[in-house]
Design a protein around this ligand. Structure first.
Ligand code: C2O
Length: 544
């Protein structure tokens, strides 16, 4: 493969949206950040210089980083953050993956501003398993806050209530004509009639799953999280934070209108605590002035709480499972695990009033453990086999409260806190059932696993039934991805081979839930062979 050298200068840049000018961190002055285009088998060398007065680190979301957690990026998990004035070089090779992924900051809520596409083209001789599109266009969905995002997260953490919602959703950083003072900031996708385009969709929003549709056009899904799927065609799709999706869009041969609106709106289940606005962009066959863009009819989108629409959409995903792209699903399972995933609470300190349920503070947990961020990087501790004070390997592997997850919340929703990890022997085949719990109304949790893709073998509503649910699993062509939404008051079962040694974070990709502790880490041990062991750390690895 080729080697691509990039320089990321993290700097403060003035950006104006919705008539509000803010100084925000950017990569090389760009918002959203630069698009990286590579091929399967290529090596990336990304030199990051941090010029801001704040820690940062970068994650290459979905890149498996085989034996090379040093380049994965989550702060305090695989590296200490890059402090202001410091530099670090991410050096990694894309092995056995092609499709749309993305990169984002992995410290606090910095990814609200620091994100961009990572396009991995197939090997030169390989091509796509579908007709080659006329053009390919990345579209990043995001969120814009007029206020200071650091103040917003601090408010949520300190008062224990929900955070302020964003002021707009964005297409490639642009809120578009449905918001005040924003028609001039409208994303336009210029197209020709009668052609097929591939949209590389990325949901980089902080805290919302999104519906997406284009008026009078259908979308054919061909890839999810950089894995090909059996193509299926829909009017509306749903995409969770962290997920990516390639869709084919065939334009009208004789369009009736010079332009059509594209729109995104949230799927949230709980009204009032989320931004319930709709953002629009333009599919443009002929030049469309801002005023005309404002009056384009929006495509019909499901209601914010239309769980049925979400379920019907997610049922369509099947991996291609072809001779060239086989689905290597673990058929025998070495370790069965059940994790409850959801919100819980902390007691309110006596000198404070708290805005969470019944005067408590919101927290979030997996099997009742709210992840406590360590002070130094877990991966280094593991590599040096120095666990004292850093790792506590006693993660609860079964849920502590035997309650009915769809019914009344348990009396005691208090969580315990700790830096707890689950150790795995190299190449263990894991089945993990993620059971959603719910207090304060139901909501789904997009769970993202670092370092791996996993197969989504089953999902359903209510309580997971260990006797009757496993026989319904799809072990033939389940979709393979890196982020899956644990449905509202339901469960999802995933399988993977733990064949990538290192320390790998798994967390809810809603930043507010991540901040509240909805995460854990897997500690995957080295295998016996030299090529089954972690690589040594790079010499410029940041210090805490
Ligand atoms: Cu895209 Cu740990 O995140």
């Amino acid at each position: 493969g080729d080697t691509h050298y990039y320089t990321f200068n993290v700097q403060m840049t003035n950006v104006t949206r919705l008539c509000v000018t803010k100084s925000i961190p950017t990569v090389n002055g760009k918002f959203p950040g630069p698009k990286l285009v590579v091929r399967e088998g290529d090596r990336l060398v990304v030199k990051v210089h941090n010029h801001i007065n704040y820690n940062v680190s970068f994650h290459w979301h979905g890149v498996r980083q085989l034996r090379n957690g040093w380049a994965d990026g989550p702060s305090y998990i695989t590296q200490c953050p890059i402090q202001g004035g410091q530099s670090y070089t991410y050096d990694f090779t894309i092995t056995g993956q092609r499709g749309t992924l993305w990169w984002h900051a992995h410290f606090s809520w910095l990814r609200v501003h620091l994100y961009g596409p990572l396009v991995i083209l197939p090997k030169r001789a390989e091509g796509y398993p579908f007709p080659r599109p006329y053009k390919e266009v990345p579209i990043l969905f995001g969120e814009w806050f007029n206020g200071d995002t650091e103040a917003i997260i601090n408010q949520a953490l300190q008062t224990g209530g929900g955070p302020n919602v964003s002021d707009a959703y964005t297409f490639n950083g642009l809120p578009g004509p449905t918001y005040n003072c924003s028609a001039q900031d409208t994303y336009k996708l210029k197209v020709q009639p009668g052609r097929t385009y591939m949209l590389r969709l990325i949901n980089s929003a902080l805290n919302d799953e999104l519906f997406f549709a284009i008026a009078n056009h259908t979308l054919t899904v061909v890839e999810a999280d950089a894995n090909y799927v059996k193509p299926f065609t829909v009017q509306t799709l749903v995409i969770s934070p962290g997920q990516t999706m390639n869709v084919l869009l065939t334009t009208a041969p004789n369009p009736a209108s010079p332009a059509y609106a594209m729109a995104i709106s949230p799927y949230t289940n709980t009204q009032g605590t989320f931004d319930n606005t709709t953002a629009a962009a333009v599919l443009e066959y002929a030049p469309t002035p801002a005023a005309a863009a404002r009056s384009l009819p929006l495509p019909a989108l499901p209601l914010y709480n239309d769980t049925g629409a979400v379920t019907n959409f997610s049922r369509n995903f099947r991996s291609l499972a072809s001779a060239q792209y086989p689905a290597r699903v673990p058929l025998a399972v070495d370790r069965h695990l059940l994790f409850t995933v959801g919100l819980g609470t902390d007691p309110c300190p006596s000198n404070q009033t708290c805005q969470g349920p019944n005067g408590t503070k919101f927290a979030a947990s997996i099997n009742n453990n709210s992840f406590f961020r360590p002070r130094s990087a877990l991966l280094e501790a593991h590599y040096q086999r120095r666990y004292a004070g850093v790792l506590l390997a006693n993660f609860p592997t079964t849920p502590p409260h035997p309650f009915n997850y769809t019914g009344t919340p348990p009396n005691n929703t208090f969580v315990q806190h700790g830096t707890r990890v689950v150790p795995l022997r190299f190449n263990t085949s894991v089945e993990l059932v993620l059971q959603g719990t719910s207090i304060q109304g139901a909501e789904s949790h997009p769970l993202h696993l670092h370092g791996y893709d996993f197969f989504v073998v089953g999902q359903g509503f209510g309580n997971f039934d260990p006797v009757n649910d496993p026989p319904t699993y799809n072990l033939a062509d389940p979709v393979e991805r890196n982020t899956i939404s644990v449905p509202t008051a339901g469960w999802v079962a995933i399988r993977f081979f733990a064949d990538n040694p290192g320390v790998w974070l798994m967390h809810c990709h809603f930043d507010v839930h991540l901040s509240w502790g909805l995460s854990m880490a897997w500690l995957v041990n080295d295998g016996p062979l030299p090529n089954q062991k972690m690589l040594p750390p790079p010499s410029d690895l940041p210090k805490c």
